[in-house]
Ligand binder design. Structure first.
Ligand SMILES: Cc1cc2nc3c(=O)[nH]c(=O)nc-3n(C[C@H](O)[C@H](O)[C@H](O)COP(=O)(O)OP(=O)(O)OC[C@H]3O[C@@H](n4cnc5c(N)ncnc54)[C@H](O)[C@@H]3O)c2cc1C
Length: 378
């Protein structure tokens, strides 16, 4: 990462040290016990709970490229915790970017200190990729309240978080009828399904979020009615970079572990590292990760610069990096032979964790839809 400024290097080093000391030693245990609120608070003390939230509200006021560095390094310690933090950051940014002064003042200092944790609620049981077809409604209840009815599926942090950034229908069918509303935990009519039993990201709770005549002040709406889908998609541009960065960090960790292993393990009287197949595999893994990092940083710079093609680059980075990272993690497992399949060596957890990066925040097929739509427009 020779092209980094001194500040960026310092940010990356800070995240790397935290990942090494606080995340990596606990990642396996958290798969059993769940997220550690204390560690999330420690991450907030480093400024990582509001990475690109304005400094006036307790955020760090950093750039998307800085966030990519942070999430890559944190994921070298624990993908699940890092990815959870990325969703919290996306929610905090949406409030900062699209909320009013009162909403910023009410929520951002708490979110950036991790006194409150936020979840992002877009997907529904009947609408995943086609999120604009959502059916959860917020209907007026007098002048000052909405009554919310419906369900959100696969919500990371459901039942654990304190604030739910909800996309729901306040108007016509389709994306233009969607608004963003903040729902606090404890709201009457808010409930959660059972914790989903998942392949990876096991440290995080994922569940259905139900709204049954859930009464929420109209003042909790972010921006005007009908703007919510746009906000959700703007949030996802940066979210996708973070999901890619987490995949990159996890894959880098897998490659580092494989490098150590093949130098130790011997078969046929030779180190595994001495077989040409191993050397070529390692060469390909390193090349894929370097190319991934370059595209990710380019996309982050585009988003920082508000470039007109930033959305396309975010989609390209998410698609390319998450596919490459999963393949690299799987190759690292293969180089470990049967030991790679055992939990003790921790590579199998990386493979399990990275699988979902190709599915969420828009599947990699939907990334191709976005990229090709932009291409064919011109
Ligand atoms: C662990 C986990 C955590 C998650 N966390 C959150 C969260 O915090 N908040 C949230 O809102 N959501 C969350 N999600 C939901 C996630 O974003 C969705 O699962 C994802 O967007 C895909 O939606 P779906 O599962 O309904 O799949 P579907 O949309 O039903 O897709 C099924 C298949 O069809 C393909 N497909 C669909 N449409 C097209 C098309 N037009 N062209 C080509 N192929 C297509 C898809 O790529 C996929 O392969 C999470 C999911 C998981 C698994």
């Amino acid at each position: 990462m020779a092209e980094l400024s001194e500040d960026q290097q310092l940010i990356a080093d800070t995240a790397r040290a935290f990942a090494h000391d606080r995340l990596r030693p606990n990642a396996a245990r958290w798969e059993e016990e769940g997220l550690d609120r204390g560690v999330l608070k420690e991450l907030a003390e480093l400024g990582f709970a509001g990475i690109y939230v304005g400094e006036e509200h307790g955020g760090s006021g950093l750039a998307r490229l800085d966030a990519a560095l942070i999430f890559e390094e944190l994921s070298r310690g624990d993908i699940s915790t890092a990815a959870f933090l990325s969703i919290h950051n996306m929610c905090a940014w949406m409030i900062d970017a699209f909320g009013d002064n009162e909403q910023r003042a009410a929520w951002l200092p708490k979110l950036t200190r991790m006194e409150k944790i936020a979840s992002y609620c877009l997907t529904e049981p009947g609408s995943g990729s086609d999120a604009g077809a959502m059916r959860t409604t917020a209907k007026p209840d007098g002048n000052a309240h909405y009554l919310i009815n419906g369900s959100k599926a696969f919500i990371s942090g459901a039942g654990f978080s304190d604030l739910y950034v909800l996309m729901c229908r306040t108007g016509e069918d389709g994306p233009k009828g969607v608004s963003t509303v903040l729902v606090e935990s404890g709201a009457h009519g808010l409930s959660f399904g059972k914790a989903e039993d998942k392949m990876g990201w096991r440290a995080q709770p994922t569940a259905i979020v139900n709204f049954e005549n859930c009464r929420v002040p109209v003042a909790n709406r972010i921006g005007p009615e009908g703007e919510g889908f746009k906000y959700a998609m703007r949030g996802l541009d940066g979210g996708r970079l973070n999901i890619a960065a987490c995949a990159l960090g996890g894959a880098q960790d897998a490659l580092d572990r494989a490098l150590g292993y093949v130098k130790e393990r011997k078969q046929f009287g030779k180190r595994i590292a001495d077989f040409q197949n191993t050397q070529f595999t390692l060469a390909d893994m390193e090349t894929e990760l370097s190319a991934s990092r370059a595209l990710l940083h380019l996309a982050a710079r585009k988003l920082d610069a508000k470039a007109p093609d930033a959305t396309k680059y975010c989609a390209m980075a998410k698609r390319f990096v998450t596919d490459a990272a999963f393949k690299v993690a799987d190759q690292a497992l293969q180089l470990h032979g049967g030991y790679g399949y055992l939990a003790d060596y921790e590579v199998e957890r990386i493979v399990r964790d990275l699988r979902v990066h190709r599915i969420l925040e828009g599947t990699n097929e939907i990334m191709r839809v976005i990229i090709s739509r932009e291409l064919l427009k011109s």
